[in-house]
Design a protein around this ligand. Sequence first.
Ligand code: MN
Length: 295
Amino acid sequence: MKLCRYNNNQLGLVEGDQIIDVTAALELIPPMRYPAPLGDQLIANLGAVLARANALKANAPRLSLASVKLLPPVGNPTKIINAPINYVKHIQESNADPGIKHGRTTITHISDWGLFLKATSSLVGFGDEVRLLYPERRNDHELELAIIIGKQGKNIARENARQYIAGYAMGLDMTTRGKELLSWRKSGDTYALLGPWFTTADEIADPNALDLELKVNGETRQKANTRDLVYNVDRLIEYASDKYTLYPGDIILTGTPEGVGPVVPGDVMQLYIAGLGRAEVRIAPAYAGPPERPA
Ligand code: MN
């Protein structure tokens, strides 16, 4: 099933170019008292919500997918975990391009770098535009397969990893190049995108064999397959959960393949991952920078 959030936190099933409004299924999520439990409560209650959504479906209103604003399909992840260098050809292009490397020592292997986090406040859906934080600097697109974790886990062996996956989506890890820490350059508002919707794990037979493609203004920049991941989906869950407790709704961006490159205001990116949909995202035009604040 394909599940989306749209407009004012409505819930929809996606079928072809239509959305079936199953917002009433959100009533299955138990009411919360402060402090809210860690983890996204839609994903934590996904089985019950999907069962109710299915029951509502026949008599639910339908609307055109093109008529709504898509929100990120996960509203409250506790973290957005990212694999930094996880395709060999991306490591090679990073070492060869001073605009990516920025004077760092040789970029080697994910086992040397570990993983990094993007702020959850950086997350938007494909109905939003990316607002460049440093429009005068190089800002790159990184299309990545996103894993959505389905239940709490720690020290998960790769052999058991699939039991912890609720589903998948397309992820876009927007990146300002420069000398600063990853969490500064990759984590500003609108620099994490997830969408266009959430595809349940049962629809993806092998997440380690998915075609990905990103175009900018119609020109192909990234074209790859997740079979070339250095740490594949299962190994990444093992690697991440060795240090972090994973919670429902946590997002793992599995790393970008080669072909990263700059975007500028007004550019439109076309994104595709097999089985997960197609979408367009625009870089906000003529963005004047963040509002001025006193020093
Ligand atoms: Mn990335």
